[in-house]
Structure formats: structure tokens, C-alpha cells
Design a protein. Structure first.
Length: 213
């Protein structure tokens, strides 16, 4: 009875796992080269039950005159704290419609938690050190992932159904919008999706940072 019961249990477990599907997303630029650090978001089309993550707190450090991390994904209701680990002051600010704020941070100081209320892209800069920039991508999409050096992002454990897949990158050319594709996820299968981004060239360093405040 033992081996029979174990085999039945494994069959049931395998059947349950087989109900889920996956998406394998590849993001490339206009030349076909893979794009790293693109944010891929996935939504069910036409409604449907999707997970809603609990609100969380993100910390963005300022060290060696750079934001770390320089790209962060958040959801409405999340909080973000800016920490200054440098020996000089920083003036952190954003004029983005999704979140407008400014904090003057002394060395080893941290900002009060900032609650993110709206979806959108938040460009963060330092009013003292011009080359410092960070990005907050605030989305209510149930599933998000960041592409690796190969331009790929994987989504496992998706319920079968129709999905919309979008990609965004800090150097996405203005006015182009986020490219989107529709994809159908089948039970026990992995569906490939390709997205192409038209990107601006990397910005040059200005060399005009003010070292003291």
C-alpha cells in the first residue's frame, strides 16, 4: 500500500503543478542586442484573480556619489527611504508627477519614509551632484521582473489565461511608450514573448558635480 499511495500522491502533486504555465520574455534593442535591466510587467487580460503583494519598504542608499540601487520596482502603497552613506550632503529630489519630494540629507542621515501613492516613473536626482540619478518604477502589475545581461526575464507559476506583457527601461526614448505584447499561457507550457525597445544612448557624465554643500 505504501508505494501505491506514494505514487498516487506524486501523480496528484504533479497534476496540480501542471496546471500552471510560464512566460519566457526576451527584450532587445532596435539592433537586436539584448537589453539588461529592463523592467518587464505582466497582467492578466480581462480581469481574473492575481496576487496582490503586501506593501513593503525600499531603501535607496547614496554611497560613493551614486544611488544604490539606481533602479527599483515598487507598488502603490510601498514606502521608500533614502539613506546617505557618504561623507558629504545630498539633496535628493524628484519633480515627477508620480511623486514629488525633496530631502536634504546630512552624512549618515536618512529621510523619513516616503509613501508612493501613484503608478508611474519617478526620476530621482541629487541637486548637488548632477551625475547622480535613480529610477523608481511604480506599477500595480501583479508580476514584475528585471532582465538579466541576456535580456531575459522568466515568469513561472502563472495560471493559464491571456496576458499583457510590457517592458520599460530608463533609456526608453520619450514618446514611444512601453511596448506591449499579448500572450496566452497554457497549462504546463512555457510561452516565449519578444519585445523590442528603442533606447536613447547612455548619458555622458557631466563632470560638474559640486562636492560640498
Amino acid at each position: 500500500m505504501g508505494p501505491v499511495w506514494l505514487a498516487a500522491l506524486m501523480a496528484v502533486s504533479g497534476g496540480a503543478a501542471g496546471k500552471d504555465g510560464a512566460l519566457e520574455v526576451h527584450v532587445a534593442d532596435a539592433r537586436g542586442a539584448p537589453v539588461a535591466d529592463a523592467i518587464v510587467s505582466v497582467r492578466l487580460r480581462g480581469g481574473g484573480v492575481a496576487p496582490v503583494p503586501a506593501p513593503s519598504r525600499h531603501t535607496i542608499d547614496q554611497k560613493n556619489l551614486a544611488f544604490t540601487p539606481s533602479l527599483e520596482v515598487a507598488r502603490p502603497g510601498d514606502e521608500v527611504v533614502f539613506r546617505n552613506s557618504d561623507g558629504t550632503r545630498h539633496h535628493v529630489y524628484s519633480f515627477s508627477p508620480a511623486a514629488k519630494f525633496e530631502f536634504v540629507l546630512a552624512p549618515r542621515d536618512s529621510s523619513p519614509p516616503l509613501r508612493l501613492q501613484r503608478t508611474g516613473v519617478v526620476a530621482v536626482g541629487c541637486n548637488i551632484h548632477d551625475s547622480m540619478i535613480a529610477w523608481l518604477y511604480v506599477t500595480d502589475a501583479p508580476w514584475t521582473a528585471r532582465t538579466g545581461a541576456d535580456g531575459r526575464a522568466s515568469f513561472d507559476g502563472l495560471p493559464p489565461g491571456d496576458y499583457e506583457v510590457r517592458a520599460w527601461h530608463p533609456r526608453l526614448r520619450p514618446g514611444r511608450g512601453e511596448p506591449a505584447r499579448n500572450a496566452t499561457v497554457a497549462a504546463g507550457a512555457s510561452t516565449p514573448v519578444s519585445l523590442a525597445l528603442t533606447l536613447l544612448p547612455p548619458p555622458p557624465r557631466t563632470g560638474h558635480d559640486h562636492m560640498q554643500y
